[in-house]
Design a binder for this molecule. Structure first.
Ligand SMILES: [Cu+2]
Length: 219
């Protein structure tokens, strides 16, 4: 940052010299200050890649990466199916205010609910081809279950982040984001989520190791 400001100061001096033919230092400082204010705006977005592995080096899929920088809620379509007595996807990340559809593709009825603070909901018994949806208004972790099938577990991470996503089966993810602080979370990781600072233009994917609980979910 300081380096950037220094360069802008030099540029401003040159610029003002060019326009004002030996303009005073005062003018140069004035232009410099204006440029410094522009520099205080968030850095431009870059493509930054992440690679998330467990302690044994195996890729971790479904790990959520979210920027600390906040963004406007994004509208989009979000779905968590019930299929073969599982929630699909097992992990979903959505912006605050998103509406998530819960279609039931099974022949049996499900009764989907969450007791998670700020995002409690209950979708009473509904059958095949039936859709219900829920709007998530508060950031946080929403643990989802089914009243009929105890083994059904899913998670929705509701975020306020300007940039967010989750890793694929290869444990990788690329975000369009401004360099800065990010948080990495997975419901089956031990301990708290990991927060780290990502520099501009890292020369390799940002590597993060998550210590996973011994009994990881199959998905
Ligand atoms: Cu069920």
């Amino acid at each position: 940052m300081f380096l950037l400001l220094f360069f802008q100061f030099i540029n401003a001096k040159r610029l003002s010299g060019f326009f004002f033919n030996g303009a005073s230092m005062f003018k140069a400082l004035f232009v410099s200050a204006a440029l410094a204010m522009a520099a205080a705006a968030p850095a431009a977005a870059e493509k930054i890649s992440f690679r998330i592995t467990d302690s044994a080096g195996a890729p971790v899929s479904g790990a959520v990466v979210m920027s600390a920088a906040k963004g406007k809620p994004v509208t989009g379509t979000y779905t968590m199916k019930q299929s073969n007595l599982t929630f699909d996807p097992y992990i979903l990340v959505v912006p605050v205010g998103a509406e998530v559809s819960f279609p039931n593709l099974d022949r049996v009825r499900h009764h989907v609910y969450s007791f998670s603070k700020g995002n409690r909901f209950e979708l009473k018994l509904y059958g095949k081809e039936d859709h219900r949806s829920v709007t998530f208004d508060n950031p946080g972790i929403v643990a989802i279950g089914c009243n009929i099938h105890d083994e059904m577990v899913g998670y929705i991470r509701v975020v306020e982040s300007a940039a967010f996503g989750k890793t694929g089966a290869d444990g990788q993810l690329t975000l369009d984001m401004s360099p800065g602080r990010v948080t990495v979370w997975h419901p089956d990781a031990m301990g708290r989520e990991i927060t780290m600072d990502v520099p501009s233009a890292p020369n390799a994917p940002v590597a993060v190791t998550l210590k996973m609980k011994p009994k990881g979910h199959a998905h």
